[in-house]
Design a protein around this ligand. Sequence first.
Ligand SMILES: [Mn+2]
Length: 292
Amino acid sequence: MKPRDDFLAPDFHGAEVEEKRGKQRFRAIWISDIHLGTTGCQAERLLEFLKATESTTLYLVGDIIDGWQLKRRWYWDQAHNNVVQTVLKKARKGTEVIFVPGNHDEAIRQFIDLDFGGIHIRDELVHVTAQGKRMLVLHGDRFDGVIACAKWLAYVGDSLYTMILKFNQVFNAWRARAGLPYWSLSQYLKLKVKNAVSYITSFETALAAEAKKKGLDGVICGHIHKPEIRDIDGITYCNDGDWVESLSALVEDLSGELRLVSWGEIMAQTHPHKKDKYRAGKKRELAPECVS
Ligand SMILES: [Mn+2]
């Protein structure tokens, strides 16, 4: 018999122990678009997911805390506290936690390259999988402006492209100061459903092109609340989804394979006796202000 502490040591990952704790272990996990601070955030389910999983690295890919909502109608309950505390606890116990801010938590962008409570705040960065694939990790909001101008951008140069990226940032910083919500093209288009499909395609294509431009193998992002893994022009495009609608995450397993998982799937696997409870994760209506 091993003393109890051995089972709890962060570097002790025996198969038997994993089973006992009912946790799934990954090399890396990406979650984004949690929107803590809004009623749309499904904090309780995220908490269950965080408790049911373990990883060497946990990436928080933006829109974790919704600062835009803070300016209007703020919602915060115990489950929201517990999410924050669970992430901090993971960092304390040895998980490498990397927070890449998005547009809804852009106030945190001023702390890029700093560390708080074991959480590393970083701008875009490159993750290398166990199979040696180099993946660009970023939230993706920077591309809203580019997509708005996608058609005629094809005819102009790289400097204008950079300028539009910058404009989107400045424009939204101005809106924030004026107390206006983030102007997101995806939000706008979700209201005009007909164009939503082409928006999503443009977003995915723009992100894959960015990874290609940087000479990388793929990209991992969030922002549009649409979980996806697919090949675009030889680039692996991954979107980890969100915790408002899809309750999804991107994971890299121990062999270096990337795949999408859902809250329901992880819970059913780690709690087989409660399978029925988790099979159909009830979906809540999306509050319009929560969109990407
Ligand atoms: Mn976003």
